[in-house]
Design a protein around this ligand. Structure first.
Ligand SMILES: Nc1ncnc2c1ncn2[C@@H]1O[C@H](COP(=O)(O)OP(=O)(O)OP(=O)(O)O)[C@@H](O)[C@H]1O
Length: 235
């Protein structure tokens, strides 16, 4: 399923953080949304998910235009957010967490354990007792069982050792390839994100300073570095 965002204005209260953002993510592809702290990445993700009301613009999932500030309807339309907080219920086991979110046609428990073998042995363990990496796997798995057409993953690697991140990010690529979901990945590990993404975009102070294919940007680390420091606006 595709995601098309036009003229998005997003912020907290009435104060815009991001003004007039346009982006399109075709089904089966991964967009890496990059940028320094405070750029507005999480604000964009929360707004797309309907957890913050839109201050302007349009969001389309497939041929459907999403309402503003309606997380329930947005989720039902197939857009699923994995928030940076992971937002797991600590008292529920892995099995309970997944079975509560399962939807017809979503990834099955057997497929979850193939994607994340580390979770296989932890099925009966409460979320609160999992390691940070296992919790992140569970947060992504919980999104996958909902059959997302659009999957938004905010800072999957927060607080995780690089070796764990190296293992997790390729799963994101597999998900886009195997389910046809459009994926936006907010990620601080830029080089790793560019390994799995198709396209990338750098946001600084709410404005796009660079867009390109991940392949192009992998070859031009100096251009990427310039964009992080607020280089030419290329929106
Ligand atoms: N709850 C809030 N209320 C008011 N302003 C907020 C709130 N959360 C974030 N902001 C502001 O919005 C701006 C963008 O923050 P946001 O969290 O979207 O950035 P980010 O790119 O996700 O950064 P990080 O990588 O640090 O998470 C910042 O100036 C921040 O101070």
């Amino acid at each position: 399923m595709s995601l098309v965002v036009s003229g998005l204005v997003a912020g907290h209260g009435k104060v815009p953080v991001v003004r007039g953002l346009d982006l399109a993510v075709p089904g089966g592809t991964v967009l890496a949304l990059l940028g320094p702290n405070g750029a507005g990445k999480s604000t964009v993700m929360l707004t797309l998910a309907g957890l913050l009301p839109r201050l302007g613009g349009e969001v389309r999932v497939g041929d459907r235009s999403l309402p503003s500030g309606n997380p329930g309807r947005t989720n039902k339309s197939g857009l699923v957010l994995v928030p940076d907080s992971r937002a797991l219920f600590g008292g529920l086991t892995v099995a309970e967490t997944l079975s509560l979110s399962e939807r017809e046609g979503g990834v099955t428990s057997a497929e979850v354990s193939d994607l994340f073998p580390a979770l296989r042995k932890r099925w009966k363990v409460k979320a609160a007792a999992l390691s940070g990496g296992e919790q992140q796997m569970l947060a992504v798995a919980r999104a996958l069982v909902q059959k997302p057409g659009v999957l938004l993953i905010d800072e999957m690697s927060m607080g995780l050792a690089p070796v764990i991140v190296e293992g997790l990010l390729p799963v994101v690529r597999d998900i886009a390839d195997s389910t046809g979901a459009a994926v936006i990945l907010v990620e601080q590990h830029v080089a790793l994100a560019l390994e799995v993404a198709d396209e990338a975009m750098v946001l600084v102070h709410g404005a796009v300073t660079l867009r390109g294919t991940a392949a192009e940007l992998r070859k031009s680390p100096e251009v990427l570095r310039g964009a992080y420091f607020g280089g030419d606006t290329a929106a």
